[in-house]
Design a protein around this ligand. Structure first.
Ligand code: 4AD
Ligand code: MG
Length: 426
């Protein structure tokens, strides 16, 4: 590993330094070659002047390709004209390994960029987005640790649908049918009888037919489940979590936010009190904006885009009709005891949460009505047979939250290797 990185160079102005990295950009003016070098922490301009280096170094600099790995040695100077304000005046320049015909050009189209994602992930946008993603996850873990939650690890191979058969990926499990998990929820519900308040971060899988800017087939799902917890407290935890993550990213990932044109202040100033509207109010807002939606329909990508466009902060939509929500949610009259958290500005749902049905008979009735085989859910029903408690929980899509925080065009830009219906390569 390297002893120091480009970000550490600001302390070493005037010294002779060495650096390893990749050629990011190159310009030549006769006997002077400028090469911008990139590493995991930033960029620095190296100037290779014929009179300061031996012939071999100058030849290597002249022929160096974009994305070749390189070694440089030289004196570090301040230079306001250079990107980042520093310039390395080279005494030695070596190509570690060449990169002939690097496949990305200025005019490379978006589909090709995705075909060669293993190369495009070298971009600065990609570094900034992936580091902010790490910040979101660090902020979440920090929150749950402070709240005294236990982190648990749920299985990916599962035997039943958590979120309905429509988006299940099935597979052959030694002759039996199994699925890739859509949610850790059912297993977290079992875990609360031991740990009371738990969370998990697990990839979730959805065979989504919807090809939108916010749907992935594989996403990082942050889920929490709390014993002795009803809907109000569930929402409170959700707004505190999202606020904590935003504050955390605003404080520690300001450079990443600014890179995407976002003001860290918005995130630093966020307060854990989000507006709540009802499903009925949401329908009225949509109808008043000319969206042809009837009471009883669920919101898709287009509806949420319109619904959220005029809000400035995240907000909850509550009291959805029970018919459009999952079997495991507690019900009050014709409504499910649930809330979705919506990101403003057209971004839409980032959290789905609810109080869970803790009554055995009601749960059995609903599973039968939905045509499910009870034998598949016996273990889950046991949770209501042995010491059932009121409990609630929620799931937050990490890439959905990140997309909103950074205001990225497409959710695939929130993934190192995005998985969408059309894409499983590279
Ligand atoms: O609303 P969902 O389907 O809720 C559940 O899965 C619950 N069982 C969670 C729980 O209570 N433990 O999904 C939760 C969140 C959504 O709000 C969204 O942020 C994200 O997961 N999500 C997706 N993100 C990207 N691509 C997809 N196809 C997603 N589907 C859901
Ligand atoms: Mg949902």
């Amino acid at each position: 590993m390297k002893d120091y990185y480009i970000k550490d160079l600001t302390d070493r102005i005037g010294e002779e330094v060495e650096m390893l990295g990749w050629a990011y950009r190159k310009r030549r003016h006769g006997k002077l070659v400028f090469i911008v070098i990139r590493d995991s922490t930033g960029i620095i301009q190296a100037s290779v002047k014929r009179e300061n280096v031996d012939e071999e170094s100058f030849e290597e600099a002249k022929t160096c390709d974009i994305e070749a790995s390189v070694y440089v040695k030289g004196e570090l100077k301040e230079d306001s004209r250079a990107p980042g304000g520093l310039e390395l005046s080279c005494k030695e320049f070596k190509i570690v390994s060449p990169s002939p015909d690097f496949p990305i050009q200025e005019d490379t189209g978006p589909e090709v960029l995705l075909d060669i994602r293993h190369m495009t992930l070298r971009s600065i946008d990609s570094r900034m987005a992936m580091r902010a993603k790490m910040g979101v996850i660090q902020g979440a873990r920090d929150f749950f640790e402070k709240k005294g939650f236990t982190e648990v690890y749920a299985p990916i191979f599962v035997g039943v649908a958590g979120e309905g058969g429509g988006t299940l990926f099935s597979l052959d499990y030694f002759g039996r049918k199994a699925y890739l998990s859509q949610t850790a929820q059912l297993h977290l519900e079992a875990a609360i009888f031991q740990f009371e308040n738990v969370y998990s971060l697990t990839p979730s899988f959805r065979a989504e037919k919807s090809r939108t800017r916010r749907h992935l087939t594989e996403f990082y799902h942050l889920e929490a489940e709390m014993a002795w917890c009803e809907e109000d407290e569930n929402e409170r935890i959700e707004e505190e979590l999202v606020t904590h993550i935003c504050n955390f990213v605003g404080e520690r990932y300001a450079e990443e936010l600014r890179h995407f044109g976002q003001d860290p202040k918005y995130y630093l100033d966020m307060e854990p009190k989000f507006e709540r509207i009802t499903y009925d109010e949401a329908i009225s807002i949509l109808q008043s904006k000319g969206v042809g939606i009837e009471f009883g329909s669920d919101f898709g990508f287009e509806e949420e885009k319109v619904l959220t466009e005029d809000f400035e902060h995240p907000f909850f939509v509550k009291n959805f009709p029970k018919g459009i929500k999952s079997f495991y949610m507690k019900q009050k009259g014709d409504r499910a005891v649930c809330a979705d958290l919506e990101a403003p500005g057209g971004y839409g749902e980032i959290i789905g949460g609810s109080q869970r049905e803790d009554d055995l008979n009601l749960l059995v009735e609903r599973l039968l009505r939905e045509g499910e085989k009870l034998e598949n859910y016996e273990w889950y029903l046991d949770l209501r047979r042995y010491g059932s408690v009121p409990h609630s929980g929620f799931g937050l899509g990490i890439e959905r939250l990140l997309r909103w925080i950074l205001k990225l065009e497409h959710i695939r830009d929130c993934c190192l290797f995005p998985r969408t219906p059309a894409r499983i390569y590279p």
